[in-house]
Design a binder for this molecule. Structure first.
Ligand code: AMP
Length: 210
């Protein structure tokens, strides 16, 4: 398996970039946040366990997350893998590398200053059906509240409120340096300026993925 992990704060563009790369073909994209939100909608046992943590902006426990990603990695269809939102802790990173088959090939880190993250997250909108990302000011769907891709309803995530966003950024800060050090040690880390237009960043990512 060829696994690339996208690292960066909530709102740094990991999901947007991974979705676009997957839509162009060649990559399969797994977002642990999307997998958890689907589990909540379907009221599965994992969904019920995860919901409280997510509503508060806290991390879901590692054992639950590692089981989720192991199951996802069984469904790659032979494609190269982009992980968005996993790992978020060093034990999660270690779980991937423990098995030679799922060892991470590269970690791409999206750097975005905090004020830009807050503006992105509080303005973020998303299609409830297909997960296509939008923004209330900078990336509106053609028709108000309707997804351009699938016609589904475009909504605000319940954890994109100002209060929960603040906590999510704190939680990110508390883990990020350890995670960066982990990938730096094995020389897999590459940092990108994520405070740029989507297309410009995508070109650079593609180069790093070649
Ligand atoms: P995201 O959509 O990536 O912003 O994730 C939304 C929420 O899901 C996070 O705030 C966490 O509560 C939870 N979550 C997603 N991925 C992970 C992970 N790898 N480890 C722990 N919690 C996670």
């Amino acid at each position: 398996m060829d696994i690339t992990v996208f690292l960066g704060a909530p709102g740094s563009g990991k999901g947007t970039q991974a979705k676009r790369l997957a839509q162009q073909g060649g990559f399969v994209h797994f977002s642990t946040g999307d997998i958890l939100r689907a589990a909540i909608n379907e009221k599965t046992e994992v969904g019920l366990k995860a919901k409280g943590f997510m509503d508060r902006g806290e991390l879901v426990p590692d054992d639950i997350m590692i089981a989720i990603i192991e199951s996802a990695l069984g469904r790659t269809g032979g494609k190269r893998v982009l992980l968005d939102g996993f790992p978020r802790t060093v034990p999660q990173a270690e779980a991937l590398d423990k098995n030679a088959k799922t060892a991470v090939a590269r970690a791409l880190y999206f750097q975005v200053p905090n004020p830009a993250l807050i503006a992105r997250l509080t303005g973020r909108r998303v299609c409830k059906n297909c997960g296509e990302p939008y923004h209330a000011v900078t990336l509106k769907p053609k028709q108000d509240g309707v997804c351009d891709r699938c016609g589904g309803p475009v909504i605000q995530r319940s954890d994109d409120t100002e209060e929960v966003v603040k906590r999510r950024l704190e939680v990110f800060e508390s883990q990020n340096n350890k995670l960066l050090a982990y990938y730096e040690k094995s020389r897999k880390l590459k940092a990108f300026d994520g405070d740029r237009p989507i297309e410009a960043l995508q070109k650079e990512l593609l180069r790093a993925l070649q």
